[in-house]
Design a protein around this ligand. Structure first.
Ligand SMILES: [Zn+2]
Length: 309
């Protein structure tokens, strides 16, 4: 039974609203393991991991959802990725989602970040946030929004409100040992009948937003999800779907790393091999190390030629 790392979806009987709470502990710790990022970056990665899971609540098929922020500030790249898997059998709570994350910092970042408690916008500088959804089958989708708000949650709200026309509230919280978040969203009109209920719905939506906004970071992080939802929405017939588990898992492999290596100029590869006898590739996400000797590379080259012809 999932408990420490989970996503809990919820909805409201007869109302066009949906939501989810994500809680991460082990997966958050494992994603940060070995990286030694400054505390502010750990927090930002915790928010990004949580958000990448929350943003997939509308997906009906297996997909990879990534959140990628690039900027010219101390943080060059911030990336969180969720592999969202639908339960095969709705009777089971077997869906297992996977998350991973990475940050790339400028050389002087560790000092500047430690010295100032800065917000999202300052850490990133001028930049943008890309949201990419790659379904297992079907077309890739990408949406882009300016990283020009003080927090990641405000950026994501503006993405949903403007690009997607879906009024959305995000609250994200992190501590040294965990990350948590809640999303509340109005569903598209065609997903629901619009009728006499609609006026009423506007009032209820405003009330749900006001209730959710009262949540403190401490409550979000510490109160168990069912109790949290009951405390907030017991007057609004909140319904809970079975929770799904979330794990840290990196999708890197020897084969994938080798394929990436084959994209590099062969002359460059030859010169590294000449000097070092092997090429070492470290996975940026999980620090797994892959080694390639000349014979490994010849074999990869043969294989990639075979698949090309
Ligand atoms: Zn990896």
């Amino acid at each position: 039974m999932p408990n420490t790392d989970l996503i809990q979806r919820f909805y409201f009987a007869g109302q066009p609203f949906r939501g989810a709470i994500v809680k991460l502990q082990n997966s958050f710790i494992e994603a940060l393991n070995g990286h030694n990022y400054p505390a502010a970056i750990n927090a930002l990665l915790g928010e990004s991991l949580t958000a990448s899971m929350l943003m997939g609540i509308h997906l009906k098929h297996n997909a990879r959802l990534s959140l990628q922020a690039r900027g010219d500030g101390p943080v060059k790249l911030l990336m969180a990725e969720a592999v969202i898997q639908q339960a095969v059998d709705t009777e089971e709570t077997a869906a297992q989602h996977k998350v991973r994350a990475v940050a790339r910092l400028s050389e002087e970042a560790p000092q500047t970040i430690e010295n100032h408690q800065q917000g999202f916008q300052h850490l990133l500088g001028r930049g943008q946030l890309a949201i990419t959804i790659e379904p297992e089958e079907g077309e890739r989708y990408q949406g882009i929004v300016g990283a020009d708000q003080t927090t990641l949650s405000l950026c994501l709200e503006s993405y949903f409100n403007q690009s997607e026309q879906l009024p959305t509230l995000f609250q994200l919280a992190t501590s040294e040992t965990g990350a948590a978040g809640i999303l509340l969203q109005r569903m598209p009109h065609d997903d629901h009948q619009v009728g006499e209920n609609n006026l009423n719905s506007n009032d209820i939506w405003d009330e749900l937003i006001a209730l959710t906004s009262t949540l403190t970071h401490k409550e979000l992080l510490e109160v168990p999800v069912e109790k949290l939802l009951f405390n907030l929405f017991h007057e609004h017939q909140v319904k809970l779907s079975p929770p799904d588990a979330i794990n840290f898992e990196c999708s890197c492999s020897y084969q994938r790393t080798g394929a990436a290596l084959m994209q590099i100029n062969p002359l460059e590869i030859a010169s590294i091999l000449e000097a070092d006898k092997e090429i070492i590739m470290d996975c940026e996400f999980c620090s797994a190390r892959y080694r390639f000797t000349k014979s490994d590379i010849d074999l990869l080259d043969q294989q990639s030629n075979q698949t090309r012809h």
